[in-house]
Design a protein. Structure first.
Length: 185
């Protein structure tokens, strides 16, 4: 019988109140708190905490405090990753950023989703879908990436956009819900 963690990572309905998942979230909160309390003068400590918090960290990451996440162990960032202040990664499933991704302040990435049916939702169970961001992507401040979306290479997501569908490579999207504004030559 699969564990709740295995169900969560498989995109199946799972119980987020499971004690193991609750302990994992507490671990991530503690690591994020310690990370957020560091200063620029503690760069080596900051990078070590980020590598402990996230699943994979490329070369030369820069994540400005504060950062928050559910588990941390489902977040992977590529080389040259930059996240401005106040980013949130609800990583009940994979959150993967390619190389040279730039995130404005307050970007939120959500993988958990709840059943639409109210009776099923009342059980408290949820599921999660991965979010994948390609290389050379720029995500403007306060943008939101919803569960299950993929953002193609070299795309730009405008500030405040709510991304509910996949974003093609080399496009600029904006609005709520986000729509293609133009293609990038």
């Amino acid at each position: 019988m699969p564990t709740e963690t295995e169900r969560m990572l498989a995109g199946e309905l799972y119980d987020p109140t499971d004690p193991t998942l609750a302990a994992d979230r507490e671990r991530a909160r503690d690591l994020a708190r310690r990370y957020n309390e560091t200063t620029g003068a503690e760069e080596s400590r900051r990078k070590a905490l980020l590598r402990e918090l996230f699943d994979a960290v490329g070369e030369d990451p820069a994540v400005l405090p504060s950062v928050r996440c559910d588990y941390g162990y489902n977040v992977a960032v590529g080389d040259g990753f930059f996240a401005n202040y106040g980013c949130v990664f609800l990583d009940a499933n994979s959150v993967a950023f390619g190389d040279r991704c730039l995130l404005g302040p307050g970007v939120h990435v959500y993988t958990p989703t709840h059943p639409v049916d109210p009776a099923e939702r009342a059980t408290g169970r949820e599921r999660a879908e991965p979010v994948t961001v390609g290389d050379d992507v720029w995500i403007g401040g306060r943008a939101v990436l919803n569960p299950g979306v993929t953002v193609g290479d070299a795309a730009v997501i405008a500030s405040g956009a709510v991304v509910a569908e996949d974003v093609p490579a080399r496009t600029v999207v904006g609005g709520n819900p986000a729509r293609v504004i133009r293609e990038i030559e």
